[in-house]
Write a protein that binds this ligand. Structure first.
Ligand code: SF4
Ligand code: SF4
Length: 457
């Protein structure tokens, strides 16, 4: 019986750079490397201002279990450790390195010794790899699971956001590394079933991996309809193995692990060569960019250097995004750097940057029909405007993955995804308040009980 598929939206693909192999940009003069490029504790600097560094050298160690080390992508001198304001407005510590332009690689980079699951996990941790598709969750933590529970590992090559083609280039230009990663998963995680999920607008990638799958058992390609958000973790799990990840649960709770294809290729590269994560392939595109292309740049490269490498702007950019147009985050300043999970930087002209003018909801139900998780965005918007967090809980707003399908299909151009983000904040505040009230009530009861016990003694 064919698997039912989750809904979504037919967004324009705009994969303008899919045929362009990535080009390495000139060595940047300075890198700005934030210590928080992942979910979890910030990394801790292990270098000091004035110290010389080389490509591949550790500059910050993991700050806890859920964290990741950071390595330099240039050779040069650490000039400062200061702070950087990032896209969510928070301030994080950052290491600034002036490049010497030589790109001298650290002499003692050697491949790690990997013989079993534990040493594989250790290598993944030391590689500095986090979810490179955008999530930024430390991959070694994701892979630390009870292997008995794993039914399928899904390699995410969907790349469903418009414009972005950096994973497409990984699958085409680094096929051997992706495949080496697949073999490592078979060997060290004893993965019984590996599914490479690729949208059907990438026929070359599908053909390449279909050929490779003929050489081994237990690996298959799932050619998926080009339907946004096919690459969303929950959507991909449902559309490949038919399992629903319940609210508050993780993919492993339904027997799945999802790994982005570039994440896997980078792990394989580290295990084969000893070179950790120091650079990224990034799609540079959008209506304001003179020559859109895929570039390879050290992590920490300022945005302005990426655009310069693409011929600059053909018109003044009015909106610059980290990521795609559906889920991207605004870049506050072109001095902001490439992060570990940056897969695209898009710059749009005035026409494309202008938000549409919303009109009244006409109750057409399209937002519900297209939501992959069957949420009710119009009702969420109403509950938010009436400040009813209890209704937001009922409407399961915390399940929303902020994919933006509802806003995209809404004929009234309601800002539904923005409202969902604010609704989650409202609900989380309400939940925290309920928790605090419950704790205060328990503390009062406990104090009363102790008083009564003391009185009875
Ligand atoms: S409600 Fe959330 S998950 Fe559903 S379409 Fe809108 S943004 Fe996506
Ligand atoms: S799609 Fe827009 S207009 Fe239609 S019900 Fe949803 S919010 Fe209202």
């Amino acid at each position: 019986m064919p698997i039912k598929r989750m809904n979504g939206a037919h967004v324009p693909h705009r994969k303008n750079t899919a045929e362009m192999a990535a080009v390495r940009i000139p060595v940047p003069q300075q890198l700005v490397i934030p210590m928080s490029m992942h979910i979890g504790a910030p990394a801790k600097p292990v270098v000091k201002p004035g110290e010389d560094v080389k490509v591949g050298q550790l500059i910050a160690e993991a700050g806890g279990f859920v964290s990741a080390p950071i390595y330099s992508g240039v050779s040069g001198k650490v000039i400062k450790i200061d702070e950087l304001v990032v896209s969510n407005g928070s301030t994080v510590p950052a290491i600034r390195i002036n490049s010497d332009g030589e790109q001298t690689v650290l002499e003692d980079l050697t491949p790690p010794t990997v013989t079993d699951y534990e040493s594989f996990l250790e290598a993944v941790r030391n590689s500095g790899v986090v979810g490179l598709g955008g999530a930024g969750f430390p991959t070694s933590v994701k892979l630390k699971v009870d292997l008995e529970k794993v039914d399928a590992i899904i390699i995410n090559g969907a790349e469903c956001e418009p414009y972005i083609t950096s994973d497409t280039r990984t699958m085409l230009d680094r096929t051997d590394e992706v495949w080496a990663g697949v073999e490592m998963l078979q060997k060290y995680l004893q993965a019984k079933r590996i599914i490479i999920g690729i949208e059907d607008n990438k026929p070359q990638c599908i053909a390449k991996f279909n050929e490779l799958c003929k050489t081994t058992q237990g690996v298959e390609v799932a050619a998926l309809p080009s339907m946004y958000p096919q690459g969303g973790e929950k959507v991909l799990i449902f559309n490949t193995i038919g399992k629903i990840v319940p609210e508050g649960k993780l993919p492993i709770d339904v027997g799945a692990i999802v790994l982005n294809c570039t994440t896997l290729a980078t792990i394989a590269q580290y295990i084969q060569t000893g070179m950790p994560l120091v650079e990224k392939c990034i799609t540079i595109d959008g209506s304001a960019v003179a020559n859109p292309q895929n570039v390879i740049a050290p992590i920490g490269t300022p945005m302005k250097d990426l655009f310069e490498a693409c011929g600059g702007f053909k018109t003044e950019p009015r909106k610059v995004l980290y990521g795609g147009p559906m889920m991207g985050i605004a870049v506050p300043d072109l001095e902001n750097p490439v992060l570990k999970n940056t897969n695209a930087v898009l710059a749009f002209d005035e026409k494309d940057a202008k938000p549409p003018e919303p009109t009244a909801c006409i109750k057409c139900g399209r937002c519900i029909a297209h939501c992959p998780l069957k949420l009710m965005p119009a009702d969420i918007e109403k509950a938010f405007s009436l400040e009813r967090p209890e209704d937001l809980k009922e409407l399961k707003v915390n399940l929303c993955m902020e994919c933006g399908c509802c806003s995209f299909v809404c004929p009234a151009k309601r800002p539904l995804v923005q409202v969902n983000k604010l609704s989650k904040a409202m609900l989380n505040k309400y939940n925290a308040q309920l928790k605090a009230e419950e704790e205060a009530r328990k503390a009062k009861e406990e104090a009363k009980k102790k008083e009564e016990e003391a009185a009875n003694e």
